[in-house]
Design a protein around this ligand. Sequence first.
Ligand code: COA
Length: 373
Amino acid sequence: MTTATAAPAGLEGLVVTDTAIGDVRGDEGFFHYRGHDATVLARTRRLEEVWHLLALGHLPDAVEVTAFTGRLAAWRERVPADLVAATHRAARSGADTLTTLRTAWSAAATPLGARPWLDLAPAERLDQALGLAAIGPVLVAAGHRAGVADDLASAPAPTAAAYLHLLTGATPPAAHVRALERYLVATIDHGLNASTFTARVVASTGADLAAVLVAALGALSGPLHGGAPSRALDMLDAIGTPGRAEAWVADALARGERIMGFGHRIYRTEDPRAALLRETARDLGGDRFELALAVETTVRELLRRHRPDRVLDVNVEYWAAVVLDAVGVPRPLFTPTFAVSRAIGWMAHALEQTEHNRIMRPSSRYVGAFGSG
Ligand code: COA
């Protein structure tokens, strides 16, 4: 008989797998992908270079990245027109944006040839992992706007440019593409959060990689995980002008409310993604940047006074909201856009799980009653 050990609530602090994909060091305000500082990658590399690093293990040279970018673009063009149309209809019928995306990703499994990875050779698994993540921008845009199927062939090859093109139907400004790309790179992976853990659990069963993606997206949809970056923007709208920030925030704290975009489970410093995206928002300019900066300063100061015992600093969602808004991503698409980049991380974890797989099967402790019969 094996003796099971009780795990802490929420599995907090428990190591359940080894990984060579990345790590978060909350006390240092640092996270990395395969040993490369993730915020440096976001500042200096294209999305496809970092995607290649995650999926294939190394940063590509110029030839490799061109081929890789083309490979991803070719997958986007393989999304069937009837799936694009059905996704648009679902969105128009009032379905929530993340639900629409989840349904579309699930419906893409068969036309894209998804099969249990246990039946696939490693090269086929990689191909599936790339293809399923690559179609994310098409599926999000399909929910948002009619005519996406017609624009697929003319969309630019780099993913960030294609995403903005498909969302708007127009050629995006280069500054918007670069800003979105920084956001996407910075949000690919972030330790064994609930959705990434879900991806590994489902992958451990040998399921197809579309099932992995859909399950992870389900985990991300929970308000405790995917969050609501749009709420930070709602707060800025409600505050309106820098002069009103102090009274607004003090009132919210007095009512016992949490200030959106502040605090983090792991970071005991400023979230490094927030610093990156603040800089990105500054580069983009605009009225909202000045307001966001003033509100950030006020909130930090008030939170310091409110909870001197605890570091409650700005997190990724605050500045992500400002950047996504500035590049023209509509508020309801903030979390689906997060899913577009996080899908790259989920697929990397699924592929890693396939390398030394053992089905995840923990135990539970029965604490209920016994019948007398
Ligand atoms: N505003 C005001 N108070 C906050 C706060 C915030 N943004 N974040 C945490 N606190 C307070 C909590 O009320 C709690 O007080 P208590 O001990 O009296 O109950 C204390 O700080 C610790 O909170 P806790 O929930 O243990 O922190 P956590 O590390 O588990 O939670 C978050 C992290 C992100 C869930 C939390 O900070 C939060 O809800 N932030 C706002 C939502 C947000 O920005 N989400 C995006 C995260 S990327």
